[in-house]
Design a protein around this ligand. Structure first.
Ligand SMILES: Nc1ncnc2c1ncn2[C@@H]1O[C@H](COP(=O)(O)OP(=O)(O)OP(=O)(O)O)[C@@H](O)[C@H]1O
Ligand SMILES: [Mg+2]
Length: 260
């Protein structure tokens, strides 16, 4: 394989990436390193460049300059599926395709995808029982085993978002990237979703975009603050929340207060 040598030991290493949309420098020389087991939050005011940065990591966008490495391998010029093979997973949207299916069947389909087979090819494999067991295990780990056989569309919105986490876990990620996983979920349910994330396998490196500083303080061990496409601050949640530059960046935007 023309994989090239491993260049470092980080699960994810983003080196000095930039991307411009016309006159707008949306991401401007941002670097970020995640070791295995990271629980890293990406925060910043609206329009800071967080989703754009996530797109550069997942491969929906290519940087104008800089590099993205997964497990030490340069994936900057590769597409999404090559990055998935390197262990990168982002949250799936539970689309209408999935929503009529049960959570169990959805997770089975995601396992089939991981195994490179269509779902109806799982059954003759002889490993079908093992895959059903695995899907059950995943759904138990995220607290959905009790509703595993109900159509996803019947579940509460917060539970549907947890199904998305279950689908991501079925891919056995080494790096999991979630852009506002709790968006639109009632407060109590979003805590539950983050408790699911807290229970992820210890070696998985997690990067999540989250606006709620309470959730960031509780669940992130490290934080990067973006503003205007640049890193404004990084460190522990307490450290960045106390940073006057961070507080200014949030206060400058109506309705985007930093709830520390
Ligand atoms: N495809 C695009 N073409 C042109 N401009 C874009 C594109 N995608 C994003 N932008 C602009 O880039 C800037 C950063 O957007 P981005 O979505 O990354 O911000 P964000 O930090 O995720 O914000 P939010 O908190 O609102 O989700 C914004 O000014 C946005 O309008
Ligand atoms: Mg965004």
């Amino acid at each position: 394989m023309s994989d090239g040598a491993r260049l470092n030991d980080y699960a994810l290493s983003v080196e000095d990436v930039s991307i411009r949309f016309g006159a707008l420098q949306a991401v401007d020389g941002v670097s970020l390193q995640l070791p295995a087991g990271a629980r890293h939050a990406l925060i910043g005011p609206n329009g800071a460049g967080k989703s754009t940065f996530v797109g550069l990591i997942t491969g929906t966008l290519r940087p104008d300059s800089g590099r993205v490495l997964l497990g030490g391998h340069d994936v900057t010029r590769t597409g999404f599926s090559a990055r998935v093979r390197r262990g990168l997973v982002r949250s799936f949207q539970v689309t209408s395709l999935f929503s009529e299916m049960s959570a169990l069947d959805s997770v089975l389909l995601a396992i089939a995808e991981r195994e490179g087979r269509s779902a109806r090819m799982l059954r003759p494999l002889g490993r079908y029982g093992a895959f059903v067991d695995e899907a059950g295990e995943i759904l138990r780990s995220v607290g959905l085993i009790g509703v595993a056989k109900r159509p996803v569309s019947d579940l509460a919105y917060g539970q549907q978002r947890v199904v998305e986490i279950a689908l991501a876990l079925a891919a056995r990620p080494r790096v999991l990237v979630l852009d506002e996983p709790a968006a639109g979920i009632p407060a109590g349910e979003s805590t539950r979703l983050f408790e699911v994330l807290e229970g992820l396998p210890a070696e998985v490196a997690l990067l999540f975009v989250e606006h709620d500083m309470h959730l960031v303080r509780r669940f992130a061990r490290a934080v990067t603050v973006l503003a205007g496409g640049k890193v404004l601050a990084e460190g522990t949640p307490a450290h960045v929340a106390a940073d006057p530059a961070v507080q200014d960046a949030y206060l400058g935007r109506r309705g985007a207060g930093l709830h520390a």
